[in-house]
Design a protein around this ligand. Structure first.
Ligand SMILES: [Zn+2]
Length: 483
């Protein structure tokens, strides 16, 4: 095992015989954002498309056809590799990975073997670096759908080839990850990065990003790697985290009871929350890789690569650092805003439109991010300023925000139309507070008798009577009148 990543390794306490260290490498398959498939002109099917409606002679693997690489997929792969600090070798080529499976009509998959599009990069997770071994391009397989009649023991399998030939990037890390938490953070950071550079939507629910961690454990301090198992096609961050925790525990129990870990591919059962053996791991020679004879090796234009590098946006980790340095945002706010380029753009846009930074962050974290609907930066700035100036209450602000997002109208228009305003006039608020105390004699008596929580009932009644009342001033007046 070569260099250990920076930061303290995390050890599992063990029942006996010292601590265990967890060693994880990740393969992540990502569907780049393209209009067509990897080697033909077929469009990319939506998940609910009718089966076999996005196929042609090339992706069906009929004889006598020639695959042509998709330039947009190559570009997305290069951008990803550059964002992950990879080297781009001068020469790259495609290879055939041979295996027989009904969802693979050609009997082989076009992938990249010994000359991948990129090598030797890294991704920073917190204060640690996870080294990236390679990022390469390949094509996806089709999908098998099994149906059957249990009663009559009649089983049928269908094949849908809409997905066959869809481009895939494979991002392979070195075994530098040391815990389930780090594995999840790595995958989440990768998603943020892919979205930031526009290489992929990376939506795990839609299968656009699938994680395959390989996991082993070893005695702390050992330099040798243990026998690893590989978990296939994990399609949520939560499942990734749980599957690794389960698998680490399974291996530890095995080894501590004198057993051995078998190198194999395992699946994750969401229903049973456990991993299960699928097949013993194939070795590279089982696939009889050889260069794809129908696609000439690629010599990538260095000027093009430099153009792509120069056009990369600010990386998420750099931007998070800047948000902290320039606006003194707390870590929790930065974690939410910095995880999404659109939210970060919205934040910076609203602040440069003149709204106070901390308030903008509160509104984005508390309201905008959970709703999933984005106002314009100008509208958000206007709204935040109304609330922070005390022109409208926070509750009114929430309604104005959602109406503004739905209709596209400005907060100023909406506030004027509804006649929203916050009442801060003292004589008006005093009358209101007196009315509330008169209407709630028991709560008032309770408060005077020392039950401080009785104030909540009084404030609730006050807000019901006058939602536009300035809550801070109203509260002060109630306290004064009851004191
Ligand atoms: Zn096709």
């Amino acid at each position: 095992m070569s260099e250990v990543p920076s930061g303290a390794p995390r050890h599992l306490p063990a029942a006996r015989g010292g601590e265990w260290e967890v060693v994880i490498g990740m393969e992540v398959h990502v569907q780049p954002k393209t209009r067509s498939k990897m080697f033909c002109g077929c469009g990319i099917a939506e998940l609910n498309a009718a089966p076999n409606t996005h196929v042609c002679e090339i992706c069906l693997g009929l004889p006598g056809v020639l695959p042509v690489p998709n330039k947009a997929a190559v570009e997305a792969c290069l951008k990803t590799a550059l964002a992950l600090n990879c080297e781009i070798p001068r020469h790259t080529k495609f290879d055939r990975k041979n295996y027989m499976y009904p969802d693979l009509p050609k009997g082989y998959q076009i992938s990249q073997y010994d000359l991948p599009m990129s090598i030797n990069g890294w991704l920073e997770i917190g204060d640690r670096k996870v080294r990236i071994r390679r990022v390469h391009l390949e094509e996806d397989t089709g999908k098998l759908i099994h149906a059957g009649d249990k009663l009559h023991r009649a089983w049928e399998s269908y094949v849908d080839l809409n997905r066959a030939g869809v481009p895939l990037m494979e991002i392979v890390s070195e075994p530098d990850i040391r815990s389930a938490d780090d594995a999840r953070d790595y995958a989440m950071e990768l998603r943020t990065l892919l979205r930031t550079i526009g290489a992929s939507e990376a939506d795990m629910e839609k299968g656009q990003m699938r994680a395959e961690p390989n996991i082993s454990i070893r005695r702390a301090g050992s330099d040798e790697l243990g026998v690893k198992t590989e978990l296939k096609n994990i399609n949520s961050f939560r499942a990734l985290h749980r599957a690794i925790l389960y698998e680490v525990e399974r291996q530890r129990e095995l080894l501590e009871s004198g057993g051995v870990v078998v190198q194999e591919t395992r699946g994750w059962s969401e229903a049973e929350q456990r991993t299960f053996a699928q097949r013993s791991k194939e070795l590279a020679e089982d696939y009889r890789y050889f260069p794809e004879p129908d696609i000439p090796p690629l010599e990538l234009d260095r000027a093009w690569i430099e153009e792509l590098r120069a056009a990369l946006p600010e990386m998420p980790a750099v931007r998070r650092g800047r948000l902290v340095a320039e606006h003194a945002l707390p870590a929790g706010d930065v974690a939410v805003i910095g995880a999404d380029r659109e939210l970060a753009d919205l934040f910076e846009g609203a602040v440069s439109a003149g709204a106070p930074a901390k308030q903008v962050a509160n509104w984005i974290v508390g309201e905008v991010a959970p709703s999933g609907k984005l106002p314009s930066a100008k509208n958000l700035a206007e709204l935040v300023t109304f609330v922070s100036d005390g022109a409208i209450t926070r509750d009114q602000g929430r309604e104005v925000l959602f109406e503004s997002v739905e209709t596209g109208r400005t907060p100023a228009e909406i506030v004027a139309e509804h006649g929203y305003k916050q009442v801060s006039d003292e004589s008006e608020l005093r009358l209101l507070a007196e009315a509330v105390i008169d209407a709630n004699p028991r709560a008032a008596a309770d408060y005077r008798g020392g039950k401080r929580q009785a104030m909540q009932a009084l404030m609730a009644d006050l807000r019901k009577r006058a939602p536009q009342a300035n809550p801070k001033l109203a509260n002060e007046l109630l306290l004064k009148l009851l004191g």
